[in-house]
Design a protein around this ligand. Structure first.
Ligand SMILES: CC(C)(COP(=O)(O)OP(=O)(O)OC[C@H]1O[C@@H](n2cnc3c(N)ncnc32)[C@H](O)[C@@H]1OP(=O)(O)O)[C@@H](O)C(=O)NCCC(=O)NCCS
Length: 194
């Protein structure tokens, strides 16, 4: 396999990258598992935001020709799977978990654990995988919440909060995101553009 492993000294940065992918200076890989195969990037994928997998679990896979803009974050403790040619603008957040327990006492314990001894090894945060299929475009300032699948070729308008799955080639927008209209499917396979 043409996977080149790159190890970065800074901020627990460790992941598997195809040769043509790049983590820009504003980008950050926060791999709390220190396992390179927990974060995988395809070819020609550019990262200007943050990819984080929690210590107790999580996996992030991005395909080829993907983009993650500045200030955007993907935080996984289950699984975030992103296809090919997926554009994620700036200041987008994608979570496959609740990030903190909903019960107040457990949330406070979680916070104290993090500041005293780092992220816990054993934890449940309502994990539900997120899937973003090929050719999706996510506008700036969006939030994609756990359990959501965004279908092939869909577009998420700027500032949307996506709480439910989106069908392929559909434009959604708003909080919570609602269907605006159907989008035209490309007449040819996007991979054949040369
Ligand atoms: C979705 C978008 C592409 C516009 O698509 P469009 O087909 O031209 O949509 P229109 O402007 O014709 O709007 C259609 C309807 O959707 C609504 N709408 C469009 N974008 C919206 C948004 N981001 N949030 C809420 N509603 C939105 C419009 O108000 C309009 O509603 P109406 O029919 O009740 O008047 C654009 O609004 C957008 O969000 N672009 C993202 C830009 C961005 O994030 N760029 C960062 C660099 S990658």
């Amino acid at each position: 396999m043409n996977i080149i492993r790159k190890l970065f000294a800074r901020k627990s940065a460790i992941c598997c990258m195809q040769g043509g992918s790049k983590i820009h200076p504003s980008g950050n890989i926060c791999n709390l598992q220190n396992n390179p195969s927990s974060i995988k990037l395809g070819d020609h994928t550019h990262i200007r935001g943050e990819l984080m997998v929690f210590r107790h679990g999580g996996r992030i896979c991005m395909g080829d020709f993907c983009y993650l803009g500045e200030g955007s974050r993907i935080w996984s403790s289950a699984e975030v799977i992103i296809g090919n040619r997926v554009l994620i603008s700036h200041l987008v957040s994608i979570y496959d978990n609740t990030t903190h327990p909903l019960r107040a006492d457990l949330r406070h314990k979680h916070y104290r654990d993090i500041i005293n001894s780092g992220h816990p090894v054993q934890l449940k945060l309502g994990e539900r995988p997120v899937r973003i299929e090929n050719d999706v475009w996510i506008g700036s300032h969006c939030v994609i919440l756990r359990g959501v699948t965004i279908g092939r070729g869909a577009v998420v308008g700027a500032g949307s909060i996506v709480t439910k799955s989106v069908a392929k080639y559909t434009l959604v927008a708003g909080n919570p995101a609602r269907v605006i209209r159907q989008l035209e499917e490309p007449p040819q396979d996007v991979t054949n553009l040369g």
